[in-house]
Design a binder for this molecule. Sequence first.
Ligand code: PEP
Ligand code: MN
Length: 265
Amino acid sequence: LASREVVKEKTAIEIGPEKFPLGGNRVGVIAGPCAVEDLDQVLKTAEKVKEAGCIGLRGGAFKPRTSPYSFQGLKYEGLEILAKAREETGLAVVTEVVSLDNVEAVAEFADVLQVGARNMQHYPLLEALGKVNKPILLKRGLCSRLDEFLLAAEYIINAGNKQVILCERGIRTYEEYVRNTLPLASIPALNERTHLPIVVDPSHGTGHSYMVPAMCRAAVAAGADGLLVECHLDPEHALSDGAQSITPEGLTEMVKSVTKIAETL
Ligand code: PEP
Ligand code: MN
C-alpha cells in the first residue's frame, strides 16, 4: 500500500490549510519545543515559528521519556495550550500520541498525530490510528530497518488511514559523538520505494543544536519533503532536549538556507 509500484505519485496530505509536500520549492518545516512547558512559552514560540515561515508547530504534551524520573509532559493541559497556539497563529499542531488511551483526545486537538520512535512497532496503536481521520507522522524506530519502517506505515494504511508521513529521526549505532546516527541515504531509498512524504528530524538525529542547520540543508538536498525541528526560546533551560534545540533566530536562518537549496533542485 505504501509502495511506489502501486502508486507512482507522492501522496498529498493536508496539514492545516497547506497541502504537503508543498511544491514550488517550498520546504515544509514543522518546529517547536520538544515538550509543551507552559502557555506563555508555546504562544511566544508559535509566533516565532510562524514568522520563520513554518507550516506546523510541534510540541509534546504526552512525552515518552527514557527515564520515568524525567518531565513527562503536561498531558491534557498541554493539548489545550497547543490548541490556543493554533487559534492565534493558524499553524497546524503536530503532537505525539503515546498510548491507546489517549488516541481520541490527541485526535480531537491535533492536526497531525505523531507516533514516536519508541512506538513505531506498537501495532495496536498503529491500527487505532488507521481509524483516525487525521494525518499521522510516523517516526522511524530506534533500531528499525527501512522495510520494518514501511511495514509499520502499512499497519496504519491497511487499517484505513492513507495519510501517513514518514519521519527519519536517526538510528542507534555504536557512534557516540551524536545522540543518534542520521542516515540521510534513507531519503533517496524511501523516495524510491514509497509514495509517502518524508520529513527528517535532525534534532533527535544528532542531539546537538549546532549540527541541526547543516543536517537540515543536507536532508533537503537529499530529497526530504519537510523537516521536523526542535526550537526553544531558552534552550539552556528547556525541560527536555535543550541541547538539540535551536533558537528562533537559528530557525529563521535555517529556513532561509534550506529554501535556497530547494530552489536549486
Ligand atoms: C520527539 O519528537 O520529541 C520525540 C520523542 O522523538 P523520538 O520519538 O524520535 O525520540
Ligand atoms: Mn525531543
